[in-house]
Write a new protein. Structure first.
Length: 412
């Protein structure tokens, strides 16, 4: 099997995901994706005629984000029409899966040059109507619901916290630490290598910094916030009249949920896009590129769709086994902070040193542009490996439907 190498990683800052309020919210999703593709092309002098494929993650593929936004972004960026593209959806894990699939194409020997990444304009998708009045990931498939009831992800987070014994103080403390680390990273330029200023088409700056962080966050300010997902329990999920409470009780009839998650310890709603260049060794040598990292191993797992968010730990174990490694061999870990309990359980169950996990903060502080986040995390981990002169990083994240992709990268 051939090796797949990361040549470069580029991303936008994350803009607040509210229509008319976020600094990126006026962009068409395909245009924002084109901005990051333009940037990665110019930074690496890509010959876009030679790109074998572009693999883009996007979770809400409707409206402006529909019609294969990956291909539309490639065309909008002015790339050669020979550069094909595909858009995929693995919910929150789309941005890791896009890299994994592009890497697999190179490792198989079928491709020499691929670009992977993701885009999500949450300011746009929040404005879309729901004609079927369905609030679940099962899409209204009642036969599926009978087999696997799937509550709202925030309710899943509270269920896990209850079952695993994580308190409000536990999850709030991790959120405060995420904000603290993000502030330190921003103040000291830890994101500067991958991040670029997004320009409006008239030449003015749209956004050149992370827009979501709240660096003044403390345990005291978080304590003032009301929990959110207890308010969802009695809401009808579709025209059947069922509620999320009904879905929970189908699998956990005796569970009394201790609701601990709120806006401060859950991932932020933001807009963003990212791109990663992957190539074979032969192509990199031919271009005179110095690869930054090698893909050591990739993996994906599935698990309980009712609890939904528990699979990062099994995914980490699977990708470590494939690489012939243990957690002691990994210098840095990135696990998406979809909800605080996800990171807390990941650290506890794998007996990790917290100082090696999400060292520059995570989605609770910086936000989670769903289809792009995984690619952002891979770039963030690579930049930090280089900054600290370390060697290996493992990146993973939970997804809707009870899945998790994972990847291990190794500096070259």
């Amino acid at each position: 099997m051939a090796d797949a190498y990361i040549i470069d990683a580029v991303r936008t800052p994350r803009g607040i995901g509210k229509a008319g309020k976020g600094s990126l919210s006026h962009f068409h999703p395909g245009r924002l994706l084109a901005k990051v593709l333009e940037q990665v092309q110019s930074r690496n002098d890509l010959n876009t005629e030679e790109i074998d494929d572009v693999v883009i993650g996007c979770s809400s593929q409707v409206g402006y984000q529909g019609a294969c936004v990956g291909r539309m972004g490639v065309l909008d960026a002015g790339w050669s029409t020979k550069a094909s593209a595909v858009t995929l959806d693995r919910f929150c894990g789309s941005g890791i899966t896009s890299v994994n699939l592009a890497a697999a194409n190179v490792m198989s020997g079928m491709d020499d040059l691929c670009v992977a990444g993701g885009v999500e304009m949450m300011s746009y998708t929040a404005t879309l109507s729901n004609p079927t009045n369905n609030r679940t990931v099962d899409g209204g498939n009642l036969h599926l619901r009978d087999q696997h009831p799937q509550p709202h992800q925030g309710i899943c987070a509270d269920m896990i916290a209850t079952l695993e014994g994580f308190s409000r103080e536990d999850v709030d403390a991790l959120a405060v630490e995420s904000q603290k680390r993000a502030k330190h990273a921003i103040d000291n330029g830890h994101f500067d290598k991958s991040l670029f200023a997004v320009m409006n088409d008239d030449g003015t700056v749209a956004l050149d910094r992370e827009e979501f962080p709240r660096p003044g966050t403390t345990m005291e300010t978080l304590a003032e916030l009301k929990t959110v997902f207890d308010q969802f329990m009695g809401v009808p999920i579709d025209d059947t009249g069922e509620t999320f409470d009904h879905l929970v009780k189908r699998k956990y009839p005796d569970l009394k949920i201790n609701h601990v998650h709120h806006a401060g310890n859950s991932s932020g709603v933001v807009d963003g896009a990212a791109a990663i260049v992957l190539s074979s060794k032969a192509y990199a040598d031919g271009m005179g590129w110095k690869p930054r990292a090698r893909i050591k191993a990739i993996a994906t797992v599935g698990g309980d769709p009712t609890l939904m968010l528990n699979e990062p730990v099994p995914a980490a174990k699977k990708v470590l086994a494939r690489a012939g490694m243990t957690t002691d061999d990994i210098d840095l870990f990135e696990v998406n902070e979809a909800f605080s309990v996800v990171a807390a359980k990941f650290i506890r169950d794998l007996a990790l040193d917290p100082e090696k996990v999400n060292v520059n903060g995570g989605a609770m502080a910086l936000g989670h542009p769903i289809g792009a986040t995984g690619s952002i995390l891979i770039g963030t981990a690579l930049d930090e490996l280089e900054r600290r002169d370390l060697n290996t990083a493992l990146i993973t994240m939970c997804t809707g439907g009870g899945m998790a992709p994972a990847i291990i990268i190794e500096r070259v």
